[in-house]
Design a protein around this ligand. Structure first.
Ligand SMILES: Nc1ncnc2c1ncn2[C@@H]1O[C@H](COP(=O)(O)OP(=O)(O)O)[C@@H](O)[C@H]1O
Ligand SMILES: [Mg+2]
Length: 268
């Protein structure tokens, strides 16, 4: 467990913290009393078997499917995230598994989808300021070292999976969030593309963002994360500091075989 800094009122003082998140879908108890926290400049990997509740937790934090009960804290203040807009307004950005990119539009258009820059002094004009958007897009991608896209006028449909993921992550940063939630950003990517996405995640950490990343791939998790939170059957099973654990230990927590591992260790 990471040391928790307590604020004056005794609440854990994290960038984002959840207490007692519980969510069911009819008879399915997807989350049971889950506490969770992420700090600024920290990458937390959320791992667990299929159906463990990882996506449900991300959707609960981001307001897509608010929990049945539980309290969310942002920068130490109790907040109520009832819909995606309230999460975005707080500074919580989410990149869902489907990415929601428009294949027939270019990179710039996808980055600015729904937030097109308009004319003079905020006065809404029917003309989108393409030059400004392209300039900002180039600057953002350059800052993030997303350099492999070719032209920002390339249609997103022709990009590779890793490039598409990079566009989706970059887009999530336009609202200047403090927390970024990523659901399986490296799923189905090849080695080189995975490396691109992992280096982008590290860049988010360098910018001081709190990053939560769901992944099935423990190699990726050990490369990019500071802390690993294991969900199992909707509960928080374990928390590991990556520098002080092993893949075996994490796998054991995922499968619920931790007791066996302890037994083996004692036998050494
Ligand atoms: N919208 C939904 N309706 C009904 N059941 C759901 C819904 N979303 C998730 N579940 C169930 O909740 C559990 C957790 O799912 P999920 O959070 O998607 O797991 P993970 O992302 O860890 O694979 C699973 O049993 C899943 O079938
Ligand atoms: Mg999932």
């Amino acid at each position: 467990m990471s040391p928790q800094v307590k604020s004056g009122n005794g609440k854990p003082d994290h960038l984002l913290a959840l207490k007692g998140f519980t969510k069911s879908f009819g008879p399915v108890q997807a989350l049971t009393d889950v506490d969770f926290e992420v700090d600024a400049g920290e990458v937390v990997a959320l791992v667990g078997d299929n159906g463990a509740g990882k996506s449900t937790l991300i959707k609960a934090i981001s307001g897509v499917q608010p929990p049945d009960s539980g309290q969310e804290y942002f920068e130490g203040t109790a907040v109520k995230v009832t819909d995606p807009n309230s999460a975005v307004r707080l500074g919580i950005a989410t990149v869902f598994q489907d990415l929601a990119l428009c294949d027939n539009l270019d990179v710039v258009a996808n980055l600015y989808l729904g937030k097109e820059v308009v004319g003079n002094g905020g006065i809404p004009l029917p003309v989108i300021n393409e030059t400004t958007m392209e300039q900002h897009a180039l600057e953002l991608l350059d800052e993030l070292s997303v350099t492999t896209l070719g032209s920002v006028r390339t249609e997103v449909g022709s990009l590779s999976g890793g490039q598409r993921q990079s566009v989706a992550i970059s887009r999530s940063l336009l609202g200047e969030p403090k927390v970024v939630l990523l659901d399986e950003p490296t799923a189905a990517l090849g080695v080189a593309q995975t490396a691109q996405v992992l280096s982008l995640i590290k860049r988010l950490r360098e910018r001081g963002l709190g990053v939560v990343v769901i992944s099935h791939n423990l190699e990726d998790v050990f490369e990019v994360a500071d802390r690993i939170v294991v969900l199992r059957l909707g509960r928080r099973e374990a928390t590991f500091d990556v520098t002080k654990t092993t893949r075996e230990e994490v796998v054991a927590a995922i499968t619920g075989a931790s007791a066996e591992i302890d037994f083996k260790k004692e036998g050494k």
